[in-house]
Design a protein around this ligand. Structure first.
Ligand code: CDP
Ligand code: CDP
Length: 225
Protein backbone atom coordinates (compact mmCIF):
# COMPACT_ATOMS: atom_id res chain seq x y z
CA UNK A 1 0.00 0.00 0.00
CA UNK A 2 1.34 3.46 -0.88
CA UNK A 3 1.65 6.08 1.90
CA UNK A 4 -1.79 7.41 2.68
CA UNK A 5 -3.17 10.16 4.92
CA UNK A 6 -6.81 9.85 5.92
CA UNK A 7 -8.59 12.68 7.77
CA UNK A 8 -11.75 11.85 9.73
CA UNK A 9 -13.76 14.72 11.17
CA UNK A 10 -17.19 15.00 12.74
CA UNK A 11 -19.04 15.89 15.93
CA UNK A 12 -18.88 14.07 19.29
CA UNK A 13 -20.29 10.55 19.18
CA UNK A 14 -20.35 10.27 15.39
CA UNK A 15 -18.07 7.24 15.71
CA UNK A 16 -14.77 8.77 14.59
CA UNK A 17 -12.43 7.21 17.08
CA UNK A 18 -13.91 3.71 17.36
CA UNK A 19 -14.24 3.39 13.60
CA UNK A 20 -10.80 4.89 12.83
CA UNK A 21 -9.11 2.54 15.31
CA UNK A 22 -10.68 -0.48 13.63
CA UNK A 23 -9.86 0.73 10.13
CA UNK A 24 -6.24 1.35 11.16
CA UNK A 25 -5.94 -2.17 12.59
CA UNK A 26 -7.48 -3.72 9.50
CA UNK A 27 -5.19 -1.87 7.10
CA UNK A 28 -2.09 -2.02 9.30
CA UNK A 29 -1.69 1.76 9.46
CA UNK A 30 -1.33 4.11 12.45
CA UNK A 31 -4.28 5.74 14.20
CA UNK A 32 -3.79 9.18 15.76
CA UNK A 33 -6.38 10.54 18.20
CA UNK A 34 -6.11 14.34 18.00
CA UNK A 35 -8.94 14.89 20.51
CA UNK A 36 -6.83 13.14 23.14
CA UNK A 37 -4.17 15.82 22.69
CA UNK A 38 -6.63 18.64 23.37
CA UNK A 39 -7.88 16.64 26.33
CA UNK A 40 -4.31 16.08 27.60
CA UNK A 41 -3.48 19.79 27.37
CA UNK A 42 -6.71 20.64 29.21
CA UNK A 43 -5.81 18.12 31.92
CA UNK A 44 -2.32 19.64 32.22
CA UNK A 45 -3.63 23.20 32.68
CA UNK A 46 -6.32 22.09 35.14
CA UNK A 47 -3.56 20.44 37.21
CA UNK A 48 -1.42 23.56 36.96
CA UNK A 49 -4.06 26.21 37.72
CA UNK A 50 -6.95 24.34 39.33
CA UNK A 51 -9.39 26.17 37.06
CA UNK A 52 -9.04 27.64 33.58
CA UNK A 53 -10.85 30.15 31.39
CA UNK A 54 -10.21 32.48 28.46
CA UNK A 55 -7.70 34.49 30.56
CA UNK A 56 -5.40 31.52 31.29
CA UNK A 57 -1.92 32.11 29.74
CA UNK A 58 -1.96 28.99 27.56
CA UNK A 59 0.63 30.44 25.17
CA UNK A 60 3.30 30.56 27.93
CA UNK A 61 2.41 27.23 29.55
CA UNK A 62 2.34 25.26 26.33
CA UNK A 63 5.97 25.94 25.43
CA UNK A 64 8.12 22.89 26.03
CA UNK A 65 5.20 20.67 26.99
CA UNK A 66 6.13 17.07 26.17
CA UNK A 67 3.14 15.25 24.70
CA UNK A 68 3.34 11.81 23.15
CA UNK A 69 0.91 9.24 21.90
CA UNK A 70 1.38 5.54 21.21
CA UNK A 71 -0.93 3.38 19.12
CA UNK A 72 -0.81 -0.36 19.85
CA UNK A 73 -1.73 -3.36 17.73
CA UNK A 74 -4.71 -4.12 20.02
CA UNK A 75 -6.21 -0.81 18.73
CA UNK A 76 -5.66 1.07 21.99
CA UNK A 77 -3.81 4.35 22.31
CA UNK A 78 -1.94 5.83 25.23
CA UNK A 79 -1.33 9.54 25.68
CA UNK A 80 1.53 10.89 27.83
CA UNK A 81 2.12 14.37 29.28
CA UNK A 82 5.68 14.98 30.47
CA UNK A 83 6.14 11.22 30.67
CA UNK A 84 2.97 10.52 32.68
CA UNK A 85 0.33 8.22 31.17
CA UNK A 86 -2.84 10.38 31.26
CA UNK A 87 -4.96 8.15 29.01
CA UNK A 88 -7.62 7.52 31.66
CA UNK A 89 -7.40 10.90 33.40
CA UNK A 90 -8.26 12.79 30.20
CA UNK A 91 -11.64 11.04 29.87
CA UNK A 92 -13.12 12.85 32.92
CA UNK A 93 -16.12 15.19 32.95
CA UNK A 94 -13.88 17.95 34.37
CA UNK A 95 -11.72 17.84 31.27
CA UNK A 96 -14.74 17.97 28.94
CA UNK A 97 -16.21 20.93 30.86
CA UNK A 98 -13.08 23.03 30.42
CA UNK A 99 -11.84 21.87 27.02
CA UNK A 100 -13.46 24.73 25.08
CA UNK A 101 -10.96 27.24 26.54
CA UNK A 102 -8.04 25.15 25.36
CA UNK A 103 -9.43 24.19 21.97
CA UNK A 104 -10.33 27.79 21.07
CA UNK A 105 -6.85 29.13 21.88
CA UNK A 106 -4.77 29.96 18.79
CA UNK A 107 -1.38 29.20 20.41
CA UNK A 108 -2.61 25.80 21.56
CA UNK A 109 -4.06 24.97 18.14
CA UNK A 110 -0.81 25.91 16.37
CA UNK A 111 1.18 23.80 18.83
CA UNK A 112 -1.09 20.77 18.33
CA UNK A 113 -1.19 21.13 14.53
CA UNK A 114 2.64 21.15 14.37
CA UNK A 115 2.81 18.11 16.64
CA UNK A 116 0.23 16.14 14.64
CA UNK A 117 2.01 16.86 11.36
CA UNK A 118 5.33 15.74 12.88
CA UNK A 119 3.81 12.52 14.17
CA UNK A 120 2.29 11.67 10.84
CA UNK A 121 5.71 12.06 9.22
CA UNK A 122 6.26 9.53 6.48
CA UNK A 123 3.80 6.95 7.86
CA UNK A 124 0.38 5.98 6.55
CA UNK A 125 -2.09 7.30 9.08
CA UNK A 126 -5.74 7.79 9.86
CA UNK A 127 -6.34 10.74 12.19
CA UNK A 128 -9.61 11.87 13.69
CA UNK A 129 -10.68 15.21 15.11
CA UNK A 130 -12.50 18.39 14.14
CA UNK A 131 -10.08 20.26 11.87
CA UNK A 132 -8.00 17.45 10.38
CA UNK A 133 -9.26 17.84 6.82
CA UNK A 134 -9.55 21.63 6.99
CA UNK A 135 -6.37 22.67 8.85
CA UNK A 136 -4.01 19.84 9.77
CA UNK A 137 -4.03 17.97 6.42
CA UNK A 138 -5.82 20.11 3.83
CA UNK A 139 -4.16 17.88 1.18
CA UNK A 140 -5.12 14.57 2.77
CA UNK A 141 -5.54 11.70 0.30
CA UNK A 142 -9.00 11.07 1.68
CA UNK A 143 -11.27 13.20 3.88
CA UNK A 144 -14.25 11.70 5.65
CA UNK A 145 -16.93 13.57 7.55
CA UNK A 146 -18.89 11.31 9.91
CA UNK A 147 -22.18 12.48 11.34
CA UNK A 148 -25.30 11.11 13.05
CA UNK A 149 -28.39 12.62 14.62
CA UNK A 150 -27.89 14.14 18.04
CA UNK A 151 -30.26 11.52 19.53
CA UNK A 152 -28.15 8.69 18.14
CA UNK A 153 -24.90 10.28 19.28
CA UNK A 154 -26.23 10.90 22.79
CA UNK A 155 -27.53 7.33 23.03
CA UNK A 156 -24.14 5.96 21.92
CA UNK A 157 -22.36 7.96 24.62
CA UNK A 158 -24.97 6.94 27.18
CA UNK A 159 -24.52 3.24 26.34
CA UNK A 160 -20.78 3.66 26.52
CA UNK A 161 -20.95 5.16 30.04
CA UNK A 162 -23.47 2.57 31.21
CA UNK A 163 -21.18 -0.14 29.83
CA UNK A 164 -18.40 1.07 32.10
CA UNK A 165 -20.70 1.06 35.12
CA UNK A 166 -21.27 4.83 35.27
CA UNK A 167 -24.63 6.21 36.36
CA UNK A 168 -25.57 8.85 33.79
CA UNK A 169 -28.58 10.77 32.55
CA UNK A 170 -29.39 10.56 28.83
CA UNK A 171 -30.92 14.05 28.75
CA UNK A 172 -27.84 15.58 30.38
CA UNK A 173 -25.57 13.84 27.87
CA UNK A 174 -27.67 15.11 24.96
CA UNK A 175 -27.50 18.65 26.36
CA UNK A 176 -23.72 18.42 26.73
CA UNK A 177 -23.34 17.13 23.16
CA UNK A 178 -25.46 19.99 21.75
CA UNK A 179 -23.40 22.50 23.73
CA UNK A 180 -20.08 21.01 22.58
CA UNK A 181 -21.28 20.89 18.94
CA UNK A 182 -22.04 24.59 19.07
CA UNK A 183 -18.71 25.44 20.75
CA UNK A 184 -16.81 23.32 18.23
CA UNK A 185 -18.52 24.84 15.18
CA UNK A 186 -18.47 28.45 16.39
CA UNK A 187 -14.84 29.00 17.35
CA UNK A 188 -12.64 31.30 15.31
CA UNK A 189 -9.77 28.86 14.71
CA UNK A 190 -9.96 25.17 13.86
CA UNK A 191 -13.75 25.04 13.91
CA UNK A 192 -15.55 21.83 13.05
CA UNK A 193 -16.76 22.06 9.49
CA UNK A 194 -17.64 19.78 6.66
CA UNK A 195 -15.05 20.31 3.91
CA UNK A 196 -16.42 20.35 0.39
CA UNK A 197 -14.02 17.59 -0.64
CA UNK A 198 -14.88 15.30 2.29
CA UNK A 199 -16.96 12.16 1.81
CA UNK A 200 -20.02 12.60 4.00
CA UNK A 201 -21.22 9.52 5.87
CA UNK A 202 -24.40 9.69 7.95
CA UNK A 203 -23.95 6.84 10.43
CA UNK A 204 -27.30 7.29 12.25
CA UNK A 205 -28.64 3.99 10.91
CA UNK A 206 -25.34 2.21 10.42
CA UNK A 207 -23.67 -0.27 12.72
CA UNK A 208 -20.05 0.33 13.61
CA UNK A 209 -19.00 -2.59 11.38
CA UNK A 210 -20.87 -1.12 8.43
CA UNK A 211 -19.05 2.18 8.86
CA UNK A 212 -15.70 0.37 9.18
CA UNK A 213 -16.40 -1.52 5.95
CA UNK A 214 -17.42 1.66 4.16
CA UNK A 215 -14.25 3.54 5.18
CA UNK A 216 -12.00 0.58 4.39
CA UNK A 217 -13.55 0.38 0.93
CA UNK A 218 -13.08 4.12 0.35
CA UNK A 219 -9.42 3.91 1.39
CA UNK A 220 -8.74 0.83 -0.73
CA UNK A 221 -10.36 2.46 -3.77
CA UNK A 222 -8.33 5.59 -3.16
CA UNK A 223 -5.15 3.52 -2.82
CA UNK A 224 -5.64 1.83 -6.17
CA UNK A 225 -6.62 5.10 -7.92
O1 CDP B 1 -14.56 11.82 21.70
P1 CDP B 1 -15.24 13.13 21.62
O2 CDP B 1 -15.93 13.35 20.31
O3 CDP B 1 -16.06 13.47 22.79
O4 CDP B 1 -14.15 14.25 21.63
P2 CDP B 1 -12.63 14.23 21.28
O5 CDP B 1 -12.40 13.81 19.87
O6 CDP B 1 -11.90 13.51 22.34
O7 CDP B 1 -12.33 15.79 21.34
C1 CDP B 1 -12.58 16.51 22.54
C2 CDP B 1 -12.62 17.99 22.21
O8 CDP B 1 -11.34 18.39 21.74
C3 CDP B 1 -13.60 18.43 21.11
O9 CDP B 1 -14.90 18.72 21.59
C4 CDP B 1 -12.93 19.69 20.57
O10 CDP B 1 -13.28 20.82 21.33
C5 CDP B 1 -11.45 19.40 20.77
N1 CDP B 1 -10.79 19.00 19.52
C6 CDP B 1 -10.39 20.00 18.66
O11 CDP B 1 -10.63 21.17 18.94
N2 CDP B 1 -9.76 19.70 17.50
C7 CDP B 1 -9.50 18.43 17.17
N3 CDP B 1 -8.84 18.17 16.04
C8 CDP B 1 -9.91 17.39 18.03
C9 CDP B 1 -10.57 17.70 19.20
O1 CDP C 1 -14.95 9.61 18.43
P1 CDP C 1 -16.40 9.99 18.45
O2 CDP C 1 -16.76 10.87 19.59
O3 CDP C 1 -16.87 10.54 17.13
O4 CDP C 1 -17.25 8.65 18.64
P2 CDP C 1 -16.80 7.25 19.26
O5 CDP C 1 -16.24 7.47 20.63
O6 CDP C 1 -15.97 6.51 18.29
O7 CDP C 1 -18.19 6.48 19.31
C1 CDP C 1 -19.09 6.64 20.40
C2 CDP C 1 -19.76 5.30 20.68
O8 CDP C 1 -20.63 4.97 19.60
C3 CDP C 1 -18.78 4.14 20.82
O9 CDP C 1 -19.17 3.37 21.93
C4 CDP C 1 -18.96 3.35 19.54
O10 CDP C 1 -18.72 1.98 19.72
C5 CDP C 1 -20.41 3.64 19.18
N1 CDP C 1 -20.73 3.56 17.73
C6 CDP C 1 -21.88 2.94 17.31
O11 CDP C 1 -22.61 2.43 18.17
N2 CDP C 1 -22.22 2.87 15.99
C7 CDP C 1 -21.46 3.44 15.05
N3 CDP C 1 -21.84 3.38 13.77
C8 CDP C 1 -20.28 4.12 15.44
C9 CDP C 1 -19.94 4.17 16.80
Amino acid sequence: MKKITVAVDGPAGSGKSSVSRQVAARLGITYIDSGAIYRAITWFFLEKYGDIDSETPFDKGIKGLDIRQEYYSDRTTKTFVNGLDVSKLIRSEEVVKSIQWVSSDKAVRDFVTTLLREWAGEKSIIMDGRDIGSVVFPNADLKIYLDASVETRAKRRYDEYVGTGKNVDLKAIKKQIIQRDSQDTAREFGALKRCEDAVFVDTSDMTQDQVVNKLTELIENQDSA
